[in-house]
Design a protein around this ligand. Structure first.
Ligand code: GLU
Length: 295
């Protein structure tokens, strides 16, 4: 059974880039007769916007993207993450690290395992790192084929819990995808780089990794990724059709006037039937046409 998911972080309302990820993961799940789950990745409160989780869900409803099962919130799953960290600390796979960002920068930007054998107790504020025993230097993407990961990045003992006590994205995402039975991850191309680390985690956990499909990334006029941090505008929740059609064009659908004039439900059903990976643009970055128009 195919299980896909859309996993937004509630740092702001849904913008065009997140709509592309929602639609791409939705169509891919439906085309594979699978389930489409929604998980709210609220593990970084300082970067969150109050009310964003509820707004994101309302927006998905307005776009008639219906998810399967209950919405999962990462903020309610700390125990799962902490238990895994403790098991790795006990086995020696994870360790505490006191190095500052500045010190790591001075040693060339990558962490070289300075605290690996120091056996720090974790009493003082410390980050927790994972001893990298299964580095992943390449992986196959369903659209882009073989993608490579820089060696220094793949080899690094990366952080699984931050010094400020927050759980790291890579850890939470993999533990949740395993726990929820996810079989394929469809998301924006900005997340190609951490994929190697995520596959390393599957290997350390002795689990079969998911397959990956990275969608073209929507860039704004300034060439930057459309993101909540870059203040990408929220998509219209009252009148979803224009952004829906724009996002479907972006995903490579060729839509004639008849389908553009159809109802929201009809457009989405048509998208489910006509979704093919071949139509997806090959590039990992594209400027959406709408951004050329004055806003
Ligand atoms: N929560 C991540 C984001 O909003 C996406 C995680 C994922 O799809 O793996 O950027």
């Amino acid at each position: 059974m195919y299980i896909g998911r859309f996993a937004p972080s509630p740092s702001g309302p849904l913008h065009f880039g997140s709509l592309v990820a929602a639609l791409g993961s939705y169509f891919q799940a439906k085309a594979n007769h699978g389930q489409w789950l929604v998980r709210i990745e609220d593990i970084d409160p300082p970067r969150e916007m109050p009310g964003a989780s509820a707004l994101i869900l309302r927006t998905l409803e307005a776009y008639q993207l219906e998810w399967d099962g209950e919405v999962v919130y990462q903020s309610q799953r700390h125990q799962l993450y902490q238990d895994q960290i403790e098991s790795w600390l006990t086995s020696g796979q994870a360790y505490y690290c006191q190095c500052s960002r500045k010190e790591i920068k001075q040693s060339g930007g990558f962490y070289l395992g300075t605290c690996r054998d120091k056996h720090l107790s974790g009493d003082n504020p410390c980050a927790t790192r994972l001893r990298m025993t299964h580095p992943v230097y390449e992986f196959v993407d369903q659209k882009h084929g073989l993608l490579t990961i820089p060696k220094a990045l793949a080899d690094e003992d990366f952080i699984i819990k931050r010094r400020d006590g927050l759980f790291a994205y890579n850890l939470a995402v993999v533990l949740d995808d395993i726990d929820q039975g996810v079989t394929e991850v469809v998301r924006g191309a900005d997340l190609i780089e951490p994929t190697g680390r995520q596959i390393s985690l599957y290997q350390m956990l002795e689990q079969t990794p998911v397959t990956y499909l990275h969608l073209p990334l929507a860039l704004g006029d300034n060439g930057l990724k459309l993101s909540k941090q870059n203040h990408a505008p929220a998509i219209d929740i009252e009148n979803p059709k224009p952004a829906l059609i724009e996002a479907m064009h972006f995903l490579g659908f060729e839509m004639d006037k008849a389908i553009c004039d159809a109802s929201l439900a009809e457009i989405i059903a048509w998208g489910e039937q006509n979704w093919h990976l071949d139509q997806l643009p090959n590039t990992t970055e594209i400027t959406p046409r709408f951004s050329k128009r004055p806003r």
